[in-house]
Design a protein around this ligand. Structure first.
Ligand code: SAH
Ligand code: SF4
Length: 366
């Protein structure tokens, strides 16, 4: 227990309680002389009442509240900007040390999804992705990942939007498996009944396939997995995703299969993401290759029409081509869905999130 506490370096700085999952919070509270059940009480205040003021936590003893005040705080960075799409999608921007991160809310008929970021930028530089093109700043802390959900829920409440967030996807900025420790700790809070309390089937981690980290994730937590495959062979994947030279298709799919086998959250199969790039990966032959590649892996294929961004020379496959591609996969027995593009007018769609401040679109500051 002591070992854990030292990590937080209590003596030198205050701890943001949003950085702690339930287990960490227990250790911290016990070190202050509190009973361990105090962790559940405090998480309830934080994640159910959106309370960040120790004074209001009347069921916590004054002695412990004073200690908490001295040694910790609860801080979720506010969104500084909001953009609302004509399709109801909302993009929120947080400013962290002068750097931007983006969070996207996507309401649908039966569910509402929050797409969150795990890094500022991304070091992997997939050629079709605006985030990758922008370079990498740093990993987000647990509190910075959690703050996106905390603030989104709070704002939706304030706006009287009754549609709660039902699904969370790590499909915003960054490669979550390059920030494994913080992402897993955040996932624990997301799944915890005293945290956001979401079911593991409704929480998706999307990855370009960092094999050693995916194998580690397998031993750490069970959530829905989405693999950004985007190519039916190593030749094409090497061209569009430099990370493939390190972890090739076979190694990524093997690791995904291992995850699938020990997972309850992925009972319907792992999601395979495939961005449709005109003339690059969208031929009939490519569809057949893809079907062959995935023949032994229980999977659902998500075809993503490529979203354009300034300075990129790719083109999105036209919708007829995407339909033909999907039908080839369906005839081979796969579930192939074509992802709806949401929030394109506010640059909130997949792969359009950046940390730059360039957009000329009308902005609403909040
Ligand atoms: N780094 C992770 C998660 C963030 S990207 C990953 O790569 O999986 C979320 C999804 O959007 C990924 O499948 C990614 O490949 C896809 N994507 C990136 N740029 C895109 C673009 N311009 N158009 C459509 N999808 C894109
Ligand atoms: Fe990074 Fe994912 Fe974009 Fe690739 S697609 S650059 S891994 S965010």
């Amino acid at each position: 227990m002591k070992k854990n506490i030292n990590i937080f370096n209590i003596s030198t700085s205050k701890i943001n309680l949003l950085d702690l999952n339930r287990q960490d919070l227990r250790c911290f509270l016990v070190s202050l002389g509190a009973k361990s059940f105090c962790a559940e009480q405090i998480m309830y205040w934080i994640y159910h009442d959106y309370c960040n003021d120790f004074k209001k936590m009347y069921n916590i003893s004054i002695k412990i509240r004073n200690q908490l005040y001295e040694k910790s705080y609860i801080f979720a960075a506010k969104f500084i900007e909001e953009r609302v799409s004509c399709d109801g999608t909302i993009k929120w921007i947080t400013l962290i040390n002068n750097q931007k991160i983006e969070t996207v809310y996507i309401p649908e008929k039966k569910r509402s999804t929050l797409c969150i970021s795990s890094q500022i930028g991304c070091p992997l530089q997939c050629h079709f992705c605006a985030t990758g093109k922008e370079g990498f700043q740093r990993n987000l802390k647990v509190s910075e990942i959690i703050a996106q959900i905390w603030q989104a829920n709070k704002i939706l409440k304030e706006k009287n939007i009754t549609k709660n967030i039902t699904n969370i996807v790590f499909m915003g900025m960054g490669e979550p498996l390059l920030n494994l420790k913080n992402v897993v700790s955040a996932l624990k809070i997301i799944l915890d009944e005293y945290g956001f309390g979401l079911s593991k089937r409704r929480v998706t981690l999307s990855t370009s396939g960092i094999v050693p980290a995916l194998d580690k994730l397998n031993t750490m937590i069970d959530v829905s997995l989405a693999i950004s495959l985007h190519a039916p062979n190593n030749y094409i994947r090497n061209m569009i995703m430099p990370i493939n030279r390190k972890y090739n298709i076979d190694s990524v799919l093997n690791s995904a299969f291992k995850y699938f086998k020990s997972s309850n959250a992925n009972r319907g199969g792992v999601t395979i993401e495939y961005v449709m790039l005109d003339g690059i990966n969208d031929s009939n032959k490519n569809a057949q290759e893809l079907a062959f590649l995935l023949r032994k892996i229980p999977s659902k294929i998500n075809l993503i029409p490529w979203n354009s961004f300034f300075g990129s020379s790719f083109l999105c496959s036209d919708i007829n081509r995407i339909n033909i591609f999907a039908n080839i996969l369906r005839k081979k027995g796969f579930t192939a869905m074509i992802r709806k593009n949401r929030g394109q007018d506010i640059h909130a769609a997949c792969g359009q999130l950046t940390s730059g401040m360039k957009s000329s679109l009308k902005k609403k500051f909040i």
